[in-house]
Design a protein around this ligand. Structure first.
Ligand code: FAD
Length: 435
């Protein structure tokens, strides 16, 4: 199961030196705020609260950034897991533009925090989004729309320019986002933790919150070793604990995705140091990391058990796009769990009685967790209400096991549609060249 402790088997864990574990919560402690969950959402919220002078205690069940935050693809870019087109269809252009602006705030935050403290966390610039079928007109139109409606710079690349960067017949046109970059996500998370502690936050590991109960004007949060008495609670547990806070727990579905890292490679097919992804709905994303290893991510499923022969499957996937890679050795392969709401947008809000949440960032959490942490810290510290811009995307029931089955069928349908689109495109190209 993905829930089992496999924290040592990611390339990220192998390339950071973790301090000795932080202490767990023992006895009784008081603070203004208890943040539950030590992923990027919890860590940014704790850091920003501490910077605002609010006393904050963070409880992490295992180790900081043990979840998706310390094992993700490391791509940082504007936007959400939900496409901005779909936000615009639902809320209109003005509201979509304003939410897109907040997502950009998250990207800027990550860039700035890294730049002032540890620039080495940034591993490359740019994001190349490649089509797996030919559609020059559609791609140019979407690039133009992002520029005119959202002020988002993206450079259109034709097939030749795309294949100069990634030499594969599988990819056609692409868009290069020069405002995106990619990072070592675990180093970034541990940097946030160190800054939060320096600003006065108390961080506890090995301290799962078991219950949260009303206690006078605030709350009592119990762990196996102690109790925190606080005025506010912020839930940042993603899909990893769905019983602690029922309203968000029942609105978030766990979705698994996988990453593999090869041995250091000598190759001439991936010629860019930018991050790359393809247009499939549950598509591939990859990048070269430090010593020319290929970090390759892909597959999305609601099955939370780790597939057998994960490394072999990931290798087959990368070789299907780049046969020239031959038979690379896979040195690391791991799974991670994301949290998705039905609408694919993050859940950021409050019950108005001191309980807050920042969760369901899906596969686009690097920037959106930063944004959420900033918004909630401002709300708690100075009653800022910008977080309310997310109120259209509330915690609706995700449908329990039926919701899961529906999402899985949705993925299968999208995968089928991707394949049909690709086949249609290949067929029409063959017709053109024979005609
Ligand atoms: C393989 C993979 C690749 C991805 N790639 C990208 C990418 O390239 N770019 C991008 O933007 N996003 C990516 N994502 C998504 C991104 O990683 C997530 O959206 C983001 O990390 C979510 O952060 P979080 O803090 O909400 O959750 P998590 O990182 O899952 O943290 C939740 C934490 O809560 C703790 N917890 C749970 N229950 C309790 C409890 N009761 N008490 C105390 N603590 C508790 C957990 O142990 C965990 O540490 C990827 C995700 C995965 C899995």
């Amino acid at each position: 199961m993905i829930g089992a402790d496999h924290s040592g088997d990611t390339w990220y864990e192998a390339t950071v030196s973790r301090y000795s574990a932080r202490t767990f919560l023992r006895g009784q402690r008081e603070a203004e705020v208890c943040v539950i969950g030590g992923g990027l959402a919890g860590l940014t919220t704790a850091l920003e609260l501490a910077r605002s002078g609010v006393s904050v205690l963070l409880l992490e069940a295992r180790r900081l950034a043990w979840g998706a935050s310390g094992r993700n693809g490391g791509f940082v870019s504007n936007g959400f897991a939900c496409s901005i087109d779909s936000v615009e269809r639902r809320l209109g252009l003005d509201a979509a533009r304003s939410l897109y602006g907040l997502s950009r705030l998250g990207t800027d935050y990550v860039r700035a925090e890294i730049a002032v403290t540890d620039p080495g966390i940034r591993m490359g610039d740019g994001w190349l989004g490649c089509l797996r079928y030919a559609d020059p007109v559609g791609k140019q139109a979407s690039v133009a729309k992002m520029a005119s409606d959202y002020g988002q710079e993206v450079q259109y690349l034709d097939v030749a320019a795309t294949r100069q960067r990634v030499a594969t017949r599988r990819y056609f046109q692409s868009g290069l986002d020069p405002t995106a970059f990619h990072v070592h996500p675990l180093r970034y998370a541990l940097m946030l933790a160190a800054k939060a502690e320096a600003a006065g936050a108390q961080l506890c590991e090995g301290s799962p919150a078991l219950t949260v109960k009303r206690d006078g004007a605030g709350y009592s949060v119990r762990t196996p070793g102690g109790e925190a008495r606080v005025r506010h609670v912020v839930y940042c547990v993603s899909s990893l604990d769905r019983r602690l806070h029922r309203p968000t727990g029942r609105a978030v579905l766990p979705v698994a995705t996988y990453v593999a890292v090869t041995e250091p490679l000598t190759q001439d097919v991936i010629r860019t140091r930018s991050a790359v992804s393809d247009s499939r709905r549950a598509g591939n994303y990859f990048r070269l990391v430090d010593d020319c290893r290929l970090l390759w991510g892909g597959a999305i499923t609601t099955r939370v058990s780790e597939p057998r022969q994960l490394a072999e499957r990931m290798k087959a996937d990368m070789v299907s796009v780049f046969p020239e890679l031959g038979n690379p050795r896979i040195d690391f392969a791991w799974a991670g769990l994301m949290g998705y709401a039905r609408h694919f947008m993050p859940l950021i809000g409050t019950d108005g009685e001191g309980q807050w949440w920042a969760t369901a960032f899906g596969g686009h959490g690097m920037n959106t967790t930063a944004m959420a942490g900033v918004l909630l810290a401002r709300a708690i510290a100075s009653r800022d209400d910008e977080y309310r811009r997310f109120s259209a995307y509330g915690p609706r029931w995700a449908g329990g096991p039926f919701g899961r089955a529906a999402v899985q069928s949705g993925y299968w349908y999208m995968q089928l549609k991707d394949r049909l689109d690709e086949r249609r495109s290949h067929a029409s190209r063959e017709q053109e060249s024979s005609g």
